[in-house]
Structures are given as C-alpha cells and as structure tokens.
Ligand binder design. Structure first.
Ligand code: NAX
Length: 328
C-alpha cells in the first residue's frame, strides 16, 4: 500500500471546505489508491474551531477507507508540518465599508505568515494551491515569503474559470465537455481573466471556426465567464463553493497525476513566457507530467488577445504594487 500523503486545508470550516474535505478524503484528488492525512487549519476563534470539530465529526461518520488521519489546528506551524499538498482556501472576506486596499493588506498578512510557515515546516516538494482571494496575489505573497522552497511549488486557482469556459463552449457547440481540448485562460482570477478558445478543438475541428462569431466571444462568452462568480452570488445568495472545491480537486489532481498531454489552465509563476514579467502568478495553458507543469509555448497572440492579456496583467501588477511594502 502507498504511504499516506499529508494534505493541509486552510479555512477548513468554511463553505468551500465543506465540499472539498469530503472529496479529498474520498480519493477524488490524489487517487483511489492514495491514503491521505488531513491537517486542517482554522482561525483560533472559538466558533470557527468548534465548527471545524463539527465538520470533522461528519468526516469521521463517512468512514472513508483512504483517510489515514486527521487533525485540527489554529497555528500554521503545526498545520503545515511535513505536508505534501497545501490548499490555502481561508482568506479575509471583504467586510462592509472595507476598501480594496484594506482587503489586499489583510490578506497579505495572512499569506505572509502562511508562506513563512510553509517555508519552515512543509515538505520541500509541497505543492501549494491558493484558492482564497485575491488568489494570484496571495500566491505571490506566499511564494515570496518562502524563499527556501522552489517558486514553482506555488500556484493559484484559475481552474474554476477554465471549467466555466468549458461548460459555456459545450453549451454553445452542443458537444460534450470531454470532447473539448486546448482551451486556456490567461491572467488573474478576476473578471479580467481572458478565456481563450482560439486554439481549442473538438474532435480535431477548430472551435473558433465552429462558433465563427467574434461578437459572441467578446459580448457574451467573455462577460459570462468573467462575471460568473457574481451571477452565482446573485442567484444563490452565497458565493460559489462546490464548483470552487471541484476546481481545486481538478487542479491538484492534474498537477500530481498528469494530464496525458492535454492542456489545462494553472496560475503559476511566469518564466517570462508571452512577455509576462517573471515571477508574476498568471494563468497559463499548461500540460503536466510526473508532478511538474509545463507552459505551452509558441502560441500566436493576436492584437485582441494581447489587449486582453495586458488588462489582466496590469490589474495583477497593481495588486502587487498595493502590497509591495509588506512583501519587499
Ligand atoms: P468562507 O468565508 O465560507 O470560509 C472561509 C474560512 O476561512 C472561514 O471559516 C474563516 O474562518 C477561515 N479563515 C479566514 N482566515 C483564515 C486564516 N488566516 N487561516 C485559516 N483559516 C482562515 O469562504 P469560502 O466561500 O469557503 O471561500 C474561501 C475563499 O475562496 C474566499 O477568499 C473566496 O473569495 C475564494 N474563492 C476563490 C475562487 C477561485 O476561483 N480562486 C472561487 C471561489 C471563492 O470565491
């Protein structure tokens, strides 16, 4: 039998945690033959810790065969001890009257502390996925706060945007989602992200040719994918949770187990590809193999795409500027 992998989840008593933990313990993320140990972090607040205990009671009651251990924590230094995977979901939500700048700063503090803790106690091969918003900038801060870990270990979640785009294209073309290949999403996880189906194919046929409607791309597809999070809040009264958890499962699953040559989207530190400044955590098309991701290189960037990529890049650079004094 395989040795268990240690998985830390922060914000474990939150909405996303409530979907995510059960699927990790069920083997959806790391494989049906891979035992897992869950190391769950919540804020020290008594109510949050009590809620976490409640979730853990439910996890116990599922009697998951792959669950080899589980612990509750209020300190990242114990929660992240020896972990192989970190899902950083917990973040400071925007409170009433809170400025964007305050939000950035509150989160910068959280991700500085957590980055340092990862640096100190996690496995040197830890794979980190940041879900908590602003995800790309939080991942950047954690990465910068962990100078002894490889920068490539830090990623942000663009997969929900990617999956949203897949589902919109499936609906538009009337083809199954599983038949769509070579889709990608560039940039920041925010309404500025640029979902790009110029290279996408279905059964070898160009999706762009099948749709053949530049106005649909610009006026329907991009706004629908970009504003999907808002549309869900509007309809449900709560932000996306099960779909966000599902995207986190997909992201880590593919990173660890590989995509068999198929493209996916990950927010990763740029290596300078496509003129994205090195180190910027940016959504790129990638393939993964043996636990490593690789950017798809050499794609043509037309004028419209360059414009969209610049908009989402500039937003990220502004976010980074806002926390510069905290990160250095
Ligand atoms: P909830 O507010 O339901 O849960 C967040 C939990 O995190 C709370 O239980 C809170 O106590 C905990 N927490 C806060 N600070 C913490 C810290 N320093 N250490 C440990 N735990 C901490 O939010 P939920 O709906 O679960 O969303 C979590 C985050 O995901 C939010 O930042 C949200 O904006 C973000 N999202 C990101 C998405 C993405 O695609 N990247 C999509 C979904 C989601 O909106």
């Amino acid at each position: 039998a395989k040795a268990p992998m240690r998985v830390a989840v922060t914000g474990a008593a939150g909405q996303i945690g409530y979907s995510l933990l059960f699927r990790i313990a069920n083997g959806d993320m790391l494989g049906k033959d891979q035992p897992v140990i869950l190391q769950l972090l919540e804020i020290p607040d008594e109510k949050a810790q009590k809620a976490l205990k409640g979730v853990m009671m439910e996890i116990d009651d599922c009697a998951f065969p792959l669950l080899a251990g589980m612990s509750a924590h209020s300190d990242p230094m114990t929660a992240f001890k020896d972990i192989d995977v970190a899902l950083l979901v917990g973040a400071r939500p925007r409170g009433p009257g809170m400025e964007r700048k305050d939000l950035l700063e509150a989160n910068a503090q959280i991700f500085t502390v957590q980055g340092k803790a990862l640096d100190a106690v996690a496995s040197r091969n830890v794979k980190v996925l940041v879900v908590g918003n602003p995800a790309n900038t939080n991942a950047y801060i954690a990465m910068k706060s962990a100078p002894n870990l490889p920068a490539k270990n830090f990623t942000a979640m663009l997969r929900l945007d990617h999956n949203r785009a897949l589902s919109q294209i499936a609906a538009k073309t009337g083809k199954p989602v599983a038949s769509i290949e070579k889709l990608c999403v560039w940039g920041n996880h925010s309404p500025t992200m640029y979902a790009d189906y110029r290279f996408a194919t279905i059964d070898g046929q160009s999706v762009k040719d099948m749709i053949n409607d530049a106005a649909w791309n610009k006026d329907t597809f991009l706004p629908t994918v970009g504003k999907r999070g808002g549309a869900i809040i509007e309809a449900r009264g709560l932000s996306s949770a099960a779909s966000a958890a599902n995207a986190a499962i997909d992201h880590v699953h593919d990173w660890v187990l590989g995509t068999n040559g198929k493209w996916t989207t990950m927010g990763i530190p740029s290596d300078g590809s496509y003129d994205i400044p090195e180190g910027t955590i940016f959504g790129f098309p990638v393939t993964t193999e043996n636990g490593e991701y690789k950017i798809i290189s050499g794609l043509a960037i037309d004028e419209f795409s360059r414009e969209r990529i610049n908009v989402t890049l500039n937003e990220l650079l502004e976010e980074r500027e806002g926390v510069k004094h905290l990160v250095g």
